[in-house]
Design a protein around this ligand. Structure first.
Ligand code: UDP
Length: 240
């Protein structure tokens, strides 16, 4: 069997990446493609854990702007990530990829609670583990949950699968034609250049713990599979 570069990876799938071009919810075709690639990466020998976002259904800050209590709105956002997690779990099981969902907010009739040692055991048995409900705390993001869980389970890499963002640029590529994409940048340089990769809490976790990050477009052909195999794709952020 081909030896993968990464033995264990944490894949962050933003909610947007699940909605495809439809603008809301979950596109079953997109979901199927994502599941296929995760299945291949697992077969090639990379243990895959997933943190899924919820922005395709609900965002706490947007509901707050409409007048809702922020903490309640954030709990609704965390529940949205559980809907996405169940959809991914189902798509994986349909193609016979073993997986388990663990939630940071216990909902025991639907999924396992988050238990780090148990998650690691699943991964060792080549099961995909989906971490849902973010960190379980309001005022946080699923990017922070992704960085946190990656560090907890000792993942070698954080794979940030984005929708229509194929890496990190020195300026906004939509506004500036001359924007240059980095193939590699250090955490320190990304910080000093104020490059927007993830929110500050998530990024500081990666920086402090020297967790490498790959930012790539989920729509790129076999993107997840290639990123997990350590191929050069998108932008790599690392401590060196
Ligand atoms: N959220 C939260 N705590 C967390 C993770 C998420 O309160 O630890 C809520 C928050 O309201 C957020 C929503 O869940 O807006 C969806 O998560 P996020 O915006 O990170 O999803 P993504 O942008 O990745 O789709």
């Amino acid at each position: 069997m081909h030896t993968p570069k990464y033995k264990r990876a944490l894949l962050k799938i933003s909610g947007k990446a699940l909605m495809g071009e439809s603008g809301y919810g979950i596109d079953p075709l997109v979901l199927g493609k994502i599941a296929q690639q995760i299945g291949i990466a697992t077969k090639k020998g990379t243990q895959i854990a997933i943190v899924v976002g919820g922005g395709n259904i609900w965002r706490g800050a947007e509901a707050e702007a409409e007048g809702m209590d922020r903490v309640t709105a954030d709990y609704a956002g965390m529940l949205a990530t559980i809907i996405n997690a169940l959809a991914i779990q189902d798509a994986l099981e349909r193609i016979e990829v073993a997986c388990r969902t663990q939630t940071a907010i216990p909902i025991q009739s639907i999924a396992e609670p988050y238990i780090r040692r148990r998650a690691i055991r699943h991964l060792e048995k080549s099961r995909v583990v989906i971490f849902a409900a973010g960190t379980g705390n309001p005022y946080m993001t699923t990017d922070t949950a992704a960085a946190l869980r990656a560090i907890e389970i000792e993942a070698e890499i954080l794979l940030m699968a984005k929708h229509n963002v194929d890496g990190i640029y020195d300026s906004d590529p939509i506004k500036e034609h001359t924007a240059k994409k980095f193939s590699h940048i250090s955490h320190r340089d990304a910080l000093t250049k104020h490059l927007e990769i993830m929110d500050a809490t998530a990024f500081s976790l990666c920086l402090d713990n020297e967790l490498p990050i790959v930012v790539f477009d989920i729509n790129e052909l076999n993107g997840i599979e290639r990123a997990a195999a350590g191929e050069s794709i998108g932008t790599l952020v690392s401590s060196r």
